[in-house]
Design a binder for this molecule. Sequence first.
Ligand SMILES: [Zn+2]
Length: 204
Amino acid sequence: MFCKDIVTDGGICDECRTKTEYLKIPQTARDINHQCFKKLDKCISFYYYKDIVRDSILYAKYKSCAHFLDGFEEITGVDFGRLCEENNIDEIISMPAHKSKFYTNEYDLPQQMALRIAKNNGLRYNKDLVTKIKKTKNQHDLSLTERKSNLKGAFELNGEVKGKNILIIDDIISTGYSLEEVAACLKKGGASAVMAITFAYNKL
Ligand SMILES: [Zn+2]
């Protein structure tokens, strides 16, 4: 998953396993509690966005995501099916990307991750439940205050979510503004609870 070495089982070599061990977010701290979370009820992340974890995400996004997809569930050490069951998740979505992204050489990693989790655990992935209707500037290029306004009105709900519990999958969380904005969109439509899972946490 990290170094592209061929391994017989598990998808991760011993050396990478050791290297990633210190990038793991302690189990007790995995429920990232951001100041901006008013609509998002919960966000679980597994790794700090650093070193080989960062490299593996960038490789998956811009080169090939096959290794990443084969390994990410196992390396978190979490049973996603059980996690969804415990949180009574009705539907899985991924962080929506604007259609202009379809014409770039970037893989929609959140979507691929969500598809994999849904498939491996017999859950429903609802691709178009929330869509991104506004082309926003890259969050990384903006100041913290600009990041919030950049996302206003960016997402649209296209289905019935009344009383449902929704899980959003994303690759990285940093400020959490995007996830909060999608959660706001779902809550406005009547969703009971909105939870997020991200592979990495970019602590600013
Ligand atoms: Zn390795």
